[in-house]
Design a protein around this ligand. Sequence first.
Ligand SMILES: NC(=O)c1ccc[n+]([C@@H]2O[C@H](COP(=O)([O-])OP(=O)(O)OC[C@H]3O[C@@H](n4cnc5c(N)ncnc54)[C@H](O)[C@@H]3O)[C@@H](O)[C@H]2O)c1
Length: 330
Amino acid sequence: MTAADLFGRITKHKALIGVIGLGYIGLPLCLTLAEAGVKVLGFDTDPAKPEAIAAGRTYLKQFSGQRIAAVSRTGIFSATVDMKRLDEPDVIIICVPTPLTENREPDLSFVIKTAESIAECLRDGQLVILESTTYPGTTKEVVKPILEDKGLRSGIDFFLAFSPEREDPGNLTHTTATIPKVVGADDAASSRLACAVYESYGSTTVPVSSAATAEAVKITENIFRAVNIALVNELKLVYGRMGIDVWEVVDAAKTKPFGYMPFYPGPGLGGHCIPIDPFYLAWKAKEFGVSTRFIELAGEINTSMPDHVVDTLANALKDRFRPWTHNALA
Ligand SMILES: NC(=O)c1ccc[n+]([C@@H]2O[C@H](COP(=O)([O-])OP(=O)(O)OC[C@H]3O[C@@H](n4cnc5c(N)ncnc54)[C@H](O)[C@@H]3O)[C@@H](O)[C@H]2O)c1
């Protein structure tokens, strides 16, 4: 199939979209595509997920069973564990985990395994889009060689792009369809095709010049948050000693209409992304002989916050219950 044929199939909602990894990112993407009238085939190694989808049940509380049932009942969304069916979709979107190893290094084993499964079935004219968060260079240096292993060429025989997932599961204000999609590819046809996929469900796309640039966009967004959270956590410690309420400071500071964006202190970092993603860049930067001091320092401050919260709580409990303890002993 030529790029023009595939473009026509995508824009006319005739293309079958395969989504690999049906977790917090893959599931809402499948639902959003299917709700827009696009046929979706989900893939997951965990059999419980295709089973739940077939039964119209949810397995993630953020996405209701009714929503899943509405699109699985009509057959527009189905799912399987059978990776041999990866030759069926016209477009394959990869949404598998990208955790850290015990040594805080990128663990690309899920991405590599998935790319190997795709390579087994890859056929002419398929478009593969990596969405898993990763360091700049992964699509070109890791995924592309695996997909090209059997002789098909990226940008000629098949198409390859990266589009970071900026989903915030459970956020009712910003959903899959309303969050703009950054799209990067190393050839014009792949970029245009990947944009067409996201535009098919009404998303605004933001094309950038390469897959590595798109990978860098996502990492930059999450480093920005990690560093600013660390900064406000540090300010909380300083102001706390000075008898100043950091919350009152942030609330007043955010009234400035420019040049300030509020971040709030907390007992550490949560979620799948902020505690992990910055270290993907820190690791890659070493290859270029650059140290990432902001990222390391932010990680240090943020990971020390749980200890600080526990100490503060222990001291508060000690203060509060000391009189009771004395009385009890008297
Ligand atoms: N959760 C978030 O808020 C969020 C936000 C933005 C980006 N991301 C990124 O999106 C990616 C996916 O994250 P997630 O939160 O959806 O993960 P998740 O753990 O919720 O889901 C991943 C799914 O992939 C499946 N899987 C693992 N290996 C597989 C394989 N080889 N083949 C098929 N399926 C496989 C798992 O069974 C699971 O269902 C990660 O790179 C993450 O960093 C996550």
